[in-house]
Design a protein around this ligand. Sequence first.
Ligand SMILES: [Zn+2]
Length: 246
Amino acid sequence: MRPVDSHCHLDFENFDEDRDEVIGRAKDVLDFVVNAGSNFEHNEKSLELESETDGFVVANLGLHPTYTESFDEIDRIKKQIRENDPVAIGEIGLDHHHVTESESRDEQEKVFREMLDLAEELGKPVVLHTRDAEKRTVEILGEYDLKDVMLHCFNGAPELAEEAVEKGYFIGVTTQVLYSNRVQEIVDRIGLEKLLLETDSPFLYRGERNEPVNVKESAEKIAEIKETNYEKVVEASTVNARKIFR
Ligand SMILES: [Zn+2]
């Protein structure tokens, strides 16, 4: 089985010079790649990538919690989601790292809840950004009945990761696992049955531009942490990714 990059941003301008080459390298070794949407315009680009690659790049459509200047386009984005019927809604969520004022956090939570309402209504999985707001996110999720939940780039407390897995949520492990003790500890605590590989490209690769093929390196590292082999990590995470995104 081939690995999947369950979360990246290939529509970002970091890839404007060589996007086709990056996708070409991914096609050589990966099963598929999931591209998260950040606002209306990025969602459009994500959809273009999906059609240009005949679905090798899977589009998620969302409204990113740090794109506060895009919050007023939420109605347009909800319409875009209804019209394009993406396989999952993302990325959405809460970010208490970048958004620090309580009024802005309230607005962020309101937007997040509207997107969760839509996901619940449409029966779509959700892909969540939870930076420095992991606990609050999991609390809010408890109020909803959602198809599948991916906690993308999870960096919360390892105990909370375990709690999330018990609730049936999937944990996105980024290439941070190559250098972050916290992510390594999270991987150590959770089972492969709820683990997803992701790069969050272009971010999170030791300061260099990240790209989807680097999930292979993560799978090797995870195999080392969990004292298993590379194939088992790839198989488990790909089965999980197909369940949510295919
Ligand atoms: Zn992302």
